[in-house]
Ligand binder design. Structure first.
Ligand SMILES: Cc1cc2nc3c(=O)[nH]c(=O)nc-3n(C[C@H](O)[C@H](O)[C@H](O)COP(=O)(O)OP(=O)(O)OC[C@H]3O[C@@H](n4cnc5c(N)ncnc54)[C@H](O)[C@@H]3O)c2cc1C
Ligand code: FES
Length: 254
């Protein structure tokens, strides 16, 4: 069991590391986070460095997938087996599987929470198609993990070296045409999420979208993670949506 400190942080120890691509690695901890659901996140803290939110890519053991883009993520990507990591969570509202056949759509490290969701769905014997998009083949992550889970995997890259050439909405359209799924679950940059939403609305497929925002407190107190008025309007949800507390998963209304 991880050690609990101040009743707030749990201290985990990095047990194993898997390199996903040149800038991204997955940290597998020494213990599980038993109450976590796919789509929820944790606040990961390194004393003297900082604290940032990370999607849970697995809960047994707790697994986080980190892309090296700035000061905190850079140090997280330097961690080695045996190093400690302070974690608050699980936090937020995650994905809820509904129906028997699902399409998962990931852009960049958006694949991370989807791998946890795919595992849950496959353990229930459900059908999963995963559409992954990235700039180049080298930027794609977790393709083999999804294949090993028995998911159908469709790819899109901007240079066309892996899968279709273009954005992830291309394989998504293909997946929808092949097999009308009960639901679409997406995680990635805001532009990608809004494009996924437009496509799914056209086909009237229930959609769940996991958004990113500037998360500070992580528990609905500071207001820094509020979705923009414009995004709320596009999604048909009430304004004042706090990504950390009401999300990160949004179920659009219209
Ligand atoms: C709910 C939620 C879940 C998240 N899950 C993950 C996750 O599973 N894995 C993960 O790696 N990160 C995840 N993030 C992002 C993470 O919290 C940090 O924002 C990220 O690690 C950058 O923090 P930093 O302090 O290293 O750099 P910062 O100083 O915050 O950022 C450095 C620079 O990089 C830019 N930047 C930030 N993110 C990206 C990006 N994705 N691509 C390119 N440039 C970027 C910033 O705009 C800034 O200019 C998540 C964020 C949220 C809100
Ligand atoms: S991060 Fe403080 S309210 Fe969401």
């Amino acid at each position: 069991m991880p050690h609990k400190e101040n009743g707030l942080f749990q201290v985990f120890i990095v047990n194993k590391i898997r390199k996903e691509n040149a800038h991204t690695q997955t940290l597998m901890m020494n213990a599980s986070l038993p109450d976590a659901f796919p789509g929820q996140f944790v606040m990961a803290w390194l004393p003297g460095i900082g604290e940032k939110p990370f999607s849970i890519s697995g809960n047994d053991p707790l697994t986080l997938t980190v892309c090296d883009v700035g000061p905190v993520s850079h140090v997280l990507c330097q961690l080695e087996a045996g190093n400690r990591l302070w974690v608050r969570g699980p936090l937020g509202k995650g994905f809820v599987l509904s129906g028997e056949a699902h399409i998962l759509v990931g852009g960049g490290y958006g694949a991370a929470p989807l791998s946890f969701l795919a595992k849950q769905a496959r353990e229930l014997g459900q059908e999963v198609t995963v559409c992954l998009g990235a700039k180049t083949k080298a930027d794609l992550i977790m393709v083999e993990q999804f294949e090993d889970l028995g998911c159908q995997v469709l790819l899109a890259t901007e240079d066309g070296i892996a899968g279709e050439q273009g954005l992830v909405s291309l394989p998504l359209l293909r997946a929808i045409e092949q097999n009308m799924a009960a639901g679409v679950y997406a995680c990635g940059p805001t532009g990608m999420l809004l494009a996924v939403w437009q496509l799914c609305r056209r086909f009237q497929i229930p959609t769940q979208l996991s958004f990113e925002a500037l998360i500070r407190c992580g528990i609905g107190l500071c207001g820094s993670c509020e979705l923009s008025e414009e995004t709320c309007q596009l999604l048909g949800i009430s304004s004042g949506f706090l990504v950390c507390h009401d999300g990160p998963v949004v179920i659009p209304e219209g």
